[in-house]
Write a protein that binds this ligand. Structure first.
Ligand SMILES: NC(=O)c1ccc[n+]([C@@H]2O[C@H](COP(=O)([O-])OP(=O)(O)OC[C@H]3O[C@@H](n4cnc5c(N)ncnc54)[C@H](OP(=O)(O)O)[C@@H]3O)[C@@H](O)[C@H]2O)c1
Length: 261
């Protein structure tokens, strides 16, 4: 394990989805380690509050970029806004679920989910991993999900997007290992965050606090390629290896039904 310090991870971290939930807690944790943060999301007022909290608590710099990752050119804005910054940590936390039957949902909504959950982390990881590779240090964290381990009706694209995050992280981690760059996919189950409101679902019994997910994720960076917080969630991941895929789909579909409000 490499401690989260400027020495190990450079001066700056970029955090997507910093206005709420895990991204917000990641930004606070990283700032507490003396690393400056670039906060990205759409809701400026929440980013302003977070930047104020960071300024009061920690001796680091903080930059805000209001950006909608479902819009064309959004990742280019991030690239331009971070020119000249030594970015050694990237947290890909922005993401949400679209509930409903795939063929009944609007195609543009399905594509927007892909832009936010898949295309954005892919482009940002591609861009920042080159810099990290050249410096022979860095870390990339993907917020995948327990849902990456099985398909489910009514969350078709969400689960597929989280599988993409998981496999991208695992493969990229293997590629970057010899360059001293650590990659991890976090696969938490239910979290008490803004996610439920956005996806019209409720948090499950035993839902995790985003601070715990953030702390565990940063702690595990460099130790593991995939980390699932919570004993029950670990058991679920293990059990998906024992059951046939069609059965996993049935079980995950029941879980998603149970989550719906
Ligand atoms: N909550 C769960 O139960 C759970 C479980 C497993 C995995 N996850 C994953 O964990 C990650 C973080 O979720 P969370 O629980 O922290 O949810 P959250 O509180 O809703 O946070 C999601 C973040 O994503 C940002 N975001 C959403 N759409 C965006 C867009 N179009 N452009 C830019 N930013 C956007 C939101 O900011 P703005 O709205 O201000 O743009 C917000 O900061 C997600 O990738 C999610 O899939 C969540």
């Amino acid at each position: 394990m490499k401690k989260i310090t400027q020495e190990n991870y450079e001066e700056w971290a970029v955090v997507t989805g910093a206005s709420s939930g895990v991204g917000r807690e990641m930004a606070l944790e990283i700032a507490s380690k003396g690393i400056s943060v670039v906060l990205l999301a759409r809701r400026q007022e929440l980013l302003d509050v977070l930047a104020e909290e960071i300024a009061q608590k920690h001796q680091v710099e903080c930059k805000i970029l209001v950006v909608d990752f479902s819009k064309d050119g959004s990742t280019q804005k991030v690239i331009e806004a971070t020119q000249g910054l030594e970015v050694g940590l990237l947290v890909n936390s922005a993401g949400y679920a679209l509930t409903g039957e795939f063929s009944e949902n609007r195609l543009e909504d399905e594509v927007a989910l892909l832009d936010v959950n898949v295309k954005t982390p892919l482009i940002l990881s591609h861009y920042f991993s080159r810099q990290m590779k050249a410096r022979q240090k860095g870390g990339i964290i993907f917020l995948s999900s327990l849902m990456a381990f099985g398909a489910a009706k009514n969350w078709v694209s969400y689960n597929a997007s989280k599988s993409h995050n998981l496999l991208l992280a695992e493969g990229l981690g293997e590629e970057l290992r010899s360059y001293g760059v650590n990659v991890i996919a976090l696969t938490p189950g239910s979290i008490k965050s803004g996610f439920g409101q956005r996806s019209q679902t409720k948090a499950m019994f035993g839902a995790l606090h985003p601070k715990r997910v953030a702390r565990c994720g940063l702690w595990m960076l460099g130790c593991k390629r995939t980390h699932t917080a919570g004993m029950m969630n670990k058991i679920i991941v293990f059990s998906t290896r024992l059951t046939p895929r069609f059965l996993n789909t049935k079980i995950f579909s029941l879980v998603v039904r149970g989550l719906q409000k």
